[in-house]
Ligand binder design. Structure first.
Ligand code: NAI
Ligand code: MG
Length: 357
């Protein structure tokens, strides 16, 4: 049986805890499912590696993981290393060269979890946010001169390309088409940002012509925050720029109950490079080492990884097991108002996998 070769990069803080939990669950799942198995290669890249070597990953790091079937990533960030170094030195250093331009973030209210929105019980909130993941506001274009002087100048230039915008909008329309409601909302800010965002809108209208079966609309990002909270049922698939979707997806995660349950997939749709799967949360120094990190976001991203690998039945089985566990408040970690540990949740998910028919 040919194993799926997975590059596991736990990174920092609770990344270590949730990836260990994710590996245990994936191994149990492969054992239960039969027909496939995993070979995990573990990479100790991150802030400790940085403190020892002056870089977040070795110079040939990408070559070490480029032939893996997928990357299973925890989080990066340490209190004593600047965030732009950890983020650009590892996570973005993988996403960009591997052209993982589609960042896909499903959000819904899992059984047993209470949304902070009092009129939402579950089915009203079922979204997938597609985030442009290669350019825009996080293209890295800009600079700083005259540092520390009164005439210091600093710029971060949002850079959007016709090809980059077209491919992400097209990806979002395809995804919207594959979902039952076939509905897409294109988030914009073309009233204030009158160059790139206007091109973004024009390209959306062009691509839309190829998807007559998808209902789509356009929404300014500020108004979008209101719509997400007031009329969540009016949304299904959402596409937004790198920065806008970064912010909106944290809001989405909070509205679905906790940042700790939210997953994300960094996809290279052409499969020229491995795609990367991670929980959306960071390294959470405030709870690192306490054994109480919620592993559900990691389990959910493992489902996304299984789907990407073509193991849809196994992905469904894992999601069923996760939902059986979230339905029981005794198995909620503190971020969900409970007292369960990472280990207890992980053991319960493994038991649910073993008991699943
Ligand atoms: P964070 O996501 O690490 O934590 C925000 C809050 O949510 C904290 O109170 C934390 O305890 C809680 N939380 C997050 N994940 C949780 C989980 N699985 N279970 C229970 N509670 C959870 O974001 P923060 O505090 O802004 O950043 C901490 C570090 O993480 C920074 O260095 C930041 O740059 C980095 N970061 C890295 C990301 C990545 O690797 N993709 C994403 C976001 C932040
Ligand atoms: Mg974020």
């Amino acid at each position: 049986m040919k194993p799926y070769r997975i590059a596991a990069i736990p990174g920092d803080g609770i990344g270590q805890e949730v990836i260990a939990a994710g590996i245990a669950v994936l191994d149990a799942l492969a054992e239960r499912a039969g027909g496939f198995r995993f070979a995990f290669d573990r990479f100790d890249w991150g802030s400790d590696y940085y403190k020892a070597h002056g870089v977040m990953m070795p110079a040939d790091g990408l070559a070490q993981i480029k032939d893996h079937d997928a990357i299973f990533f925890g989080a990066v960030g340490a209190p004593d290393v600047p965030d732009h170094i950890t983020l650009w030195g590892l996570r973005l250093a993988i996403c960009q060269p591997f052209d993982q331009y589609a960042n896909v973030r499903p959000t819904r209210i899992l059984p047993g979890i209470t949304s902070p929105l009092r009129h939402v019980t579950g089915p009203e909130l079922d979204w997938v946010i597609v985030r442009e993941n290669s350019e825009g506001e996080y293209a890295g274009v800009g600079g700083r001169v005259h540092q520390g002087h009164d005439n210091e100048v600093a710029t971060d230039v949002s850079m959007m390309t016709r090809s980059g915008v077209t491919r992400i909008i097209r990806y979002a329309f395809e995804l919207a088409r594959s979902r039952p409601r076939k509905r897409l909302t294109v988030v914009t800010k073309s009233n204030a940002q009158r160059h790139a965002m206007v091109m973004w809108d024009e390209i959306a209208a062009e691509v839309a012509r190829d998807f007559p079966d998808v209902t789509w609309d356009k929404m300014l990002v500020d108004a979008m925050t209101m719509r997400m909270t007031m009329k969540p049922q009016s949304l299904d698939t959402i596409v937004a720029t790198n920065l806008h979707a970064d912010i909106l997806s944290d809001l989405a995660a909070a509205l679905a109950g906790s940042l700790g349950i939210a997953p994300t997939a960094n996809i290279n749709p052409e499969r020229r490079f491995p795609s990367m799967f991670e929980p959306i949360h960071g390294s959470a120094f405030d709870i690192a080492g306490k054994g109480i990190a919620n592993p559900v976001g990691t389990f959910w991203t493992a489902c996304q990884m299984l789907e990407h690998l073509g193991e849809k039945p196994a992905a469904d089985r894992l999601m069923r097991a996760v939902e059986r566990v979230t339905a029981d408040p005794a198995l909620h970690t503190p971020d969900l108002g409970g007292t369960a540990t990472t280990q207890a949740v992980t053991d319960a998910v493994i038991a649910a996998i073993r008991g699943d028919n």
